[in-house]
Design a binder for this molecule. Structure first.
Ligand code: CAA
Length: 469
């Protein structure tokens, strides 16, 4: 059966984006909302998104009209009777979803496929609440849906043969890349992404660095498209909190307990972009400290090239310097500062308790790097956030849940990462990541920071890359 007409129930940010994706691919869409007010908000999302595409010259005005002409908006679910596929994107409350699927099951033709865009609830449970569990799947899009190229197709143990493949084919028709996975909490992307975001919220609470500092390290240093707090605001803090709860329920891994700071912001109604205020306020952009450029004497331990570059920039080496930099090493004594270079653009700067960061920060600015002041904790910010994520990816692969190529593609296309976790692991170096994990484990004694056995095994075998099948 070729899918030609699609229903989308719930036209919030995700639902409206999904409706746009279908209509852009030439399918007829019926968009359903609960009442007129919600429907008009949904129409607003759709018109703004297409309007922006026209403004940027990405879409001709008549194409926008054709796309809008393919979307019929209604508050009457009965209009879904003719749809070949219905995608649900309503709030993540099981009781709402069960009631909706109950209705859809009665309204839709028996051969129609019912899909949920849930990011956290078990698809199997939603399927089992209908009379057609074999034709209920997850179709998980990523925010912003018109931009992110991944769709996770979630099949359950009762999905009929061919249904997941048909949905994967449909995703390709939409210009997306499908990854077909089983029904585990968080699927691939949220299972790897959300613990990292939660961890960032914990580092902020522990005062390891500031909100802007952490976002700068991950965006400008690690090369991710957004820092964790900007991304939490995009996803929604309430959604993020819910996903963490569900992950914790399934894994009982204490790292998956939602960060208390998330709970506080959600309780205060600060849900991120959707409420106009989350970690960032409205119109607030990450701050950058102005360069100062104080003349200083210095000494560098652990990186001769850096010493050379500072000399070339006019600074003098001295036995008793103003600033003593330890590259990659813990600093202890007076005026000692640990420096960790992240990517091409950032330097984490972590003074010992007796020292201040300012001089070292100035030197890093002169070298064209944005300094981010951190407390001296294992892994500082970049490695503390990246390495456990890479370790989680290895464990996910080793569990048999998803293959290396699928995991890499999911993180690149679902989150806009420059590389997937296996690609990242291989470019950083397996041993370096393993050693970093050991350091994190030694400091925090967190069982999940112990290097994955498969990582140790590959290193012991002398391999520098993961064997692809
Ligand atoms: N709707 C439609 N189009 C949008 C958009 C939106 N909300 N936001 C951005 N765009 C489009 C822009 O129009 C632009 O298109 P063109 O290149 O054709 O002109 C393109 O996206 C890039 O946008 P910008 O230049 O304005 O901004 P950018 O380069 O900073 O990219 C971004 C913005 C695409 C959001 C990028 O920052 C990114 O990839 N961020 C990561 C997002 C992410 O990780 N999403 C997944 C979250 S997890 C999730 O969603 C699952 C869950 O269940 C929680």
């Amino acid at each position: 059966m070729a899918v030609e007409s699609v229903g989308v129930v719930g036209l919030g940010t995700m639902g409206a984006g999904i409706a746009e994706v279908f209509a852009r691919a030439g399918l007829d869409v019926v968009g359903v909302e609960a009442d007129e007010a919600a429907l008009s908000r949904g129409r607003g999302h759709l018109e703004r998104s297409l309007g922006r595409a026209v403004e940027r010259g990405k879409l001709a005005p008549d194409e926008r009209e054709a796309i809008l002409g393919r979307v019929r908006l209604t508050t009457d679910r009965a209009e879904l009777a003719g749809a070949d596929l219905v995608v649900e994107a309503i709030p993540e409350v099981m009781a709402f979803k069960s009631a909706l699927f109950d209705d859809l099951d009665r309204i839709c033709k028996p051969e129609a496929i019912l899909a949920t865009n849930t990011s956290s609830l078990p698809v199997t449970k939603i399927a089992a609440s209908t009379g057609r569990p074999g034709r209920v799947v997850g179709l998980h899009f990523f925010n912003p849906a018109p931009v992110m190229r991944l769709v996770e197709v979630v099949r359950t143990v009762v999905t009929e043969p061919g249904v997941a493949e048909e949905m994967a084919e449909l995703a390709r028709r939409l210009g997306k890349t499908p990854v077909v996975v089983g029904d585990r909490a968080g699927f691939v992307v949220n299972r790897l992404l959300l613990p990292y975001l939660n961890h960032a919220a914990l580092l902020l609470e522990q005062g390891v660095a500031t909100r802007d500092g952490i976002d700068t390290v991950m965006r400008q240093g690690a090369g991710l498209p957004m820092g964790p707090f900007a991304l939490l605001d995009l996803i929604g803090l309430d959604t993020s909190y819910e996903v963490m709860e569900v992950l914790y329920d399934e894994t009982r891994d204490r790292r998956h307990a939602p960060a208390p700071g998330l709970r506080e912001l959600v309780a205060a109604g600060r849900l991120g972009r959707k409420s106009g205020h989350g970690f960032y306020g409205p119109e607030e952009a990450p701050a950058q400290a102005p360069p100062k450029g104080t003349p200083l004497t210095f000494r560098v331990v652990g990186d001769d090239e850096l010493a050379g570059r500072l000399e070339a920039a006019g600074f003098k080496q001295a036995a008793e310097p103003d600033v003593l930099l330890h590259v990659g090493l813990a600093a202890t004594g007076e005026r000692e500062v640990r420096v960790n270079l992240v990517g091409e653009g950032v330097a984490e700067v972590a003074p010992s308790l007796h020292a201040t960061a300012e001089g070292a920060a100035d030197l890093m600015r002169v070298l064209g790097r944005t300094p981010v002041v951190c407390r001296q904790r294992a892994g500082l910010v970049a490695e503390a956030l990246l390495y456990p994520y890479l370790n989680d990816a290895v464990r996910m692969y080793d569990s048999g849940y998803a293959g290396i190529e699928d995991i890499d593609a999911a993180m690149r296309l679902g989150c806009g990462y420059p590389a997937g976790p296996f690609e990242m692991l291989e470019s950083i170096g397996l041993e370096r990541v393993r050693d970093g994990l050991r350091e994190l484990h030694a400091e925090y004694r967190e069982p999940a920071y112990a290097p994955a056995p498969l990582l140790e095994e590959l290193i012991a075998a002398g391999l520098t890359a993961f064997p692809r099948r």
